[in-house]
Design a protein. Structure first.
Length: 278
């Protein structure tokens, strides 16, 4: 059961809910122009969705669906639920659209066999060395699900944030033309850039002082140790999440080709302490 907190500011008709730890980070939700009972009901649905997705994608939880696949799929086909089945199909498509730079196996997604002929998805690994890691996918997938949930509920102004790295701005800030987000240098705190989000998502990937060399090039298996960050904005939160990872290891020609596979994408890399690179 997730630990959750909520606050409601009646004068501003503003709701704030947060989860201290989910999908490896803190989660925050701000909803503007909403009454308290409606906000509470939406928060319950949000928390339930987050808990469900965490049970699916958390590879460190032995009871999660991904952990079950990682433990057995090299020996026998494993049946997975519709959520994970959909995610695997999306990951296969994103692997192709990024020329293999986004790969949840960090080795070769082509060695993951997906059989959907019987009306369910069966997953099988070709080799004991394969496993699934949705670290560069799950938060963007959750943002996309939450975007749909909030919009279906008639929400026109909201800010959704996973750990200041996977962010969605719905509509406008109640006191401004957009949701403005600053990207700080993790070492100095100085602003590298600012992003104005209105019905748009931002995803940030990179090496920080606390997390170094955690992005792996699936083609070579080498860890990226560059002192840089990639920031991507897009209308689709999942597009932004996936491309921000690929941007950390793509060369200039690959970036140009990959960008043509996505609509409305803005992507930049930043050399830490030195500002925008390109």
């Amino acid at each position: 059961m997730l630990t959750t907190e909520r606050e409601y500011y009646a004068e501003e008709a503003l709701f704030h809910g947060f989860v201290p730890r989910v999908m490896g980070t803190r989660f925050d939700l701000l909803i503007a122009g909403i009454d308290s009972p409606r906000a509470d009901a939406l928060w319950e649905r949000t928390a339930a969705l987050l808990e469900h997705l965490n049970r699916v994608f958390d590879r460190f939880d032995p009871a999660s669906e991904v952990a079950r696949v990682n433990a057995s799929a090299a020996r026998t086909p494993v049946a997975v639920g519709p959520e994970l089945g959909e995610a695997l199909q999306l990951c296969r498509a994103y692997c192709e659209r990024t020329e293999g730079l986004f790969d949840i196996t960090l080795r070769d997604f082509a060695r993951v066999r997906l059989d959907t002929a019987a009306g369910e998805t069966l997953v099988r690994f070709e080799g004991e060395d394969l496993s699934l890691d949705f670290g560069g996918f799950a938060k963007g997938y959750a943002l996309k699900k939450l975007d749909a949930l909030l919009r279906e509920a008639g929400i026109g102004s909201a800010f959704v944030d996973f750990g200041n790295s996977s962010i969605l701005g719905i509509g406008r800030h109640p006191y401004g033309p957009c949701w403005r987000v600053s990207l700080p240098d993790p070492a100095t705190g100085a602003a590298l850039a600012e992003f104005d989000l209105e019905d748009r998502a931002l995803s940030v990937s990179g090496n920080t002082t606390a997390h170094t060399e955690h992005i792996v090039d699936p083609r070579s298996g080498l860890r990226n140790a560059s002192r840089m960050m990639a920031a991507v904005t897009a209308a689709d939160p999942l597009d932004a999440e996936v491309v921000s990872t690929a941007w950390m290891i793509a060369d200039e020609e690959q970036k140009r080709r990959i960008a043509r596979n996505f609509e409305g994408l803005d992507a930049c890399t930043y050399t830490l302490h030195h500002g925008q690179e390109q």
